[in-house]
Structure formats: C-alpha cells, structure tokens
Design a binder for this molecule. Structure first.
Ligand code: GTP
Length: 392
C-alpha cells in the first residue's frame, strides 16, 4: 500500500512540475516590458549621422532617406547693391594720363617745330597746319601763330623750357583759362536744379546723363533722372540701369510717349522728393530743325511751369570734328545752350576741338568724357588739359 502511495505522490509531483513549466513557457506578455527595438533602428541612427546635405552614398549600409526638412525661408528678390561713386573734384587730374595719351602728339609736334633753329615762313605754316589738323579751327590757329611769331622775336633763347612756357601761355589763352565753367546743379531752396541734356543720338548723351548723376551722387547730392528720350525704349532702360546703380529714381514712360510729359513728371518727382538736381535726357534723332525746335521748345516750356532750367548741356562727340560742329550749331539755334560736354576725347588726337567749339558756340566746355567707364566724366579744367597736351 505504502509503495502505491509513494508512486502516486511522485506522479503528482511530476505532473505539477510539468504544468508549471508549461505556464512559464506560454504565459501572456507583460504590457510594460520595453519594446524590442525594430530591426531598422540601427540603420536610422546611421542616417542621423549622414551629412545634412542628403547626399546618398552607394554603400549598401547607407540608406537613402532624404535629409531632415528645413523650414522654408522666403527668398527676397535680388536688390542690386548701391554704389558710392568718387567725388567729381580732381577727376581730370586722375584722368590726365588718358588725356595725355590721346593729346600729347599735338604738344610734341608743336614743341618740336617751335624749337627749330630756323623759324622761317614754312615752319610757321607747318605750325598753323598742325593746329588746324588738331581741330583748333582756322581763325584761332592763325591768331595763335601771329601771337607766337611776335613773342618768339622777343624771346632771348628758344630752349625747351622757354618754348614750352610760351606755348602753354598761348594755349591757355585760346582754351580760355578764365572762362566760368561752373555747373549749375545746386538747388534753389527746396527746388531742385534742372539740367537738360541735349544732342545728337550716339554722341554719348544717355551715358553722359548717367555719368553726371553718378558724379553728383559722389558729391553727396540726391538726383532724379528723366528719360525723355522716348524714341528708343533702350535709352530709358540704359538710364534706368545708371540710376539703379547709384540709387537715383528714374522717371520714364512707354516708348513714343510725349517727352515733355516725362520731363514734367521728372521735375514734379524731384520737387516732391526734395532732391538736389533733376537731369533730363532728351531725344536727338530728329530730322528737321522745326521738329527739333518744337520738341525741345515744348520740353523746356513745360518744365518751366514748375521750375527753372539751370543748365542746358549740349553733348558733342569729339571724334566727329567739323561734322559734329554743324549738328551742334542746329541745337544752339534751337535752345539756349549753357555748357558743352565733349565726349570721347580719349579716342581722338584732335583736342583742338575744345577751342573751336567754344568759339563757334560761345559757351564753355564744362565736362569732358574720357572713356567708357562709369566715372570717366570729368569737370573740364583748362590748365590740366593744356598740361596734358604739352607733357611734363
Ligand atoms: N571712349 C568713350 N566712349 C564713350 C564716351 N562717352 C560715351 N561713350 C560711348 O558712346 C556710345 C554711345 O553712347 P550713348 O550714351 O548710348 O549715346 P546716346 O547719344 O545717348 O545715344 P542714344 O542712347 O541712342 O540716345 C556708348 O558705347 C558709350 O559707352 C567717352 O567719353 N569715351
């Protein structure tokens, strides 16, 4: 009996142990146990170390998940940087080398002729021809030769220095060292100064208007530009670019618009904004004198309803010589020119045009263009000009 009982107890114990084992094996999962990390987790960490540029490597170990998105910032439209041009003072001295390059042949030729041992009639004729070839004009060339002949007679010696001093003196007389070349660009109280730029297209009129605006801005002035050359849309675009570069407002209208209305609006804008000067570029491509007279006359009359025109600058291309002079005379008959801008003086040896144009038109050269660079416009200075011709 005891034997049977022992066997039953053992069987029961084994059964209990087996049931416990089964329970441990198949019990329900604990909901609070930490989750098993998903198999992708290590790869994601790899991604996090990847460069933010999102460059995807070929290596199979590197997944191609795009870089984390960055907040989108609004893109501001590109605003051109405003330039601060150099002041206008002393520019001709800065540009003297350029002037000397184009004009020194004239000075050298004259100095050589005047230093000859024998100054006979032929030599004086040659001197006169040299002056005429340099566009000095026949009458001024003759006057100069007469003066030089008289002066040479009383000159003790004709060494380089004496001859140079004599020639310098005569050239300064002809160029007009004492002429008033003031550019009237200072405002009248709260009213801006008004500058009208006239001349044949292609002479450098629009370029000069832009360069002048830069020079004035360089001198600390505020400027409004008027694109009254409405014949060519490109002229207004060109002016706009000049204005934008120095922060000057440009008043313009569509191609073919009435130039007088553009001029009027530009002047009104200048008054409203209390700027120092308004510079107006006008059209020059007019076939008849009557047409030119009508248009420029109207522009001027309309401006004068709001302000006074302080300067009428005639732009003349120095390389066109006598032909340019004839065109200049037409403008002079139509409007009251107060100053001449001689452009492209860097491209011609005929600097004598300064003398002839002033004589023909009776107005001073106030500005000279000496290159295509934005700051290659300089106030004219007779002494610097003559010294550039004669060299050191
Ligand atoms: N070398 C040199 N070139 C100049 C000078 N002034 C102007 N130019 C050039 O002359 C060309 C004509 O200039 P513009 O200003 O377009 O002439 P424009 O008279 O206004 O002619 P439109 O624009 O048709 O009205 C341009 O290529 C200028 O860069 C100068 O002093 N020297």
């Amino acid at each position: 009996m005891d034997g049977y009982l022992g066997i039953i107890v053992i069987v029961l114990l084994v059964a209990l142990l087996a049931a416990g084992g089964m329970f441990l094996l198949f019990r329900p999962r604990d909901r609070h146990a930490p989750p098993v990390p998903p198999s992708e987790a290590p790869a994601l960490r790899e991604e996090e170390r990847a460069p933010a540029t999102g460059v995807v490597e070929d290596d199979a170990a590197t997944t191609t998940v795009p870089p984390p998105a960055r907040p989108v910032e609004p893109v501001a439209p590109a605003v051109p940087a405003i330039e601060i041009p150099p002041p206008s003072a002393g520019r001709l001295v800065r540009l003297r080398a350029r002037l000397a390059r184009s004009q020194s042949a004239l000075g050298r030729g004259l100095l050589e002729l005047l230093s000859r041992d024998r100054l006979d009639d032929d030599a004086w004729d040659e001197i006169e021809d040299t002056l005429i070839t340099a566009d000095v004009g026949v009458a001024p060339a003759r006057a100069m030769v007469e003066e030089l002949r008289t002066k040479v007679k009383v000159l003790g010696s004709r060494g380089h220095d004496e001859v140079r001093a004599l020639l310098r003196e005569q050239l300064l007389i002809q160029v007009g060292a004492d002429m008033d070349r003031t550019l009237h660009t200072t405002p009248h109280g709260e009213r801006p100064a008004i500058v009208l730029v006239v001349g044949v297209n292609g002479t450098g009129k629009t370029t000069t208007t832009g360069k002048l605006a830069r020079a004035l801005v360089g001198d600390g002035r505020r400027v409004v530009l008027g694109a009254a050359d409405t014949f060519r849309a490109a002229a207004a675009d060109q002016l706009q670019t000049w204005g934008e570069r120095v922060g000057a407002e440009v008043v313009r209208k569509d191609e073919g618009a009435d130039p007088a209305s553009v001029a009027f609006d530009a002047v009104s804008k200048g008054i409203e904004d209390k700027v120092d000067a308004v510079i107006i570029d006008t059209a020059g491509r007019l076939h008849t004198k009557t047409g030119l007279m009508d248009e420029l006359g109207k522009v001027k009359r309309v401006i004068e309803k709001r302000a006074t025109v302080d300067e009428v600058l005639l732009v003349l291309d120095a390389t066109t010589g006598q032909n340019g002079m004839r065109q200049a005379q037409v403008f002079a008959e139509v409007v009251n020119i107060t100053g001449i801008v001689l452009t492209k003086l860097d491209g011609t040896a005929k600097g004598g045009i300064v003398i002839s144009v002033q004589r023909e038109l009776g107005v001073p050269v106030k500005l000279v263009g000496l290159g295509e660079g934005p700051d290659d416009l300089a106030p004219f200075d007779a002494e610097a000009f003559v010294d550039a011709i004669l060299g050191d």
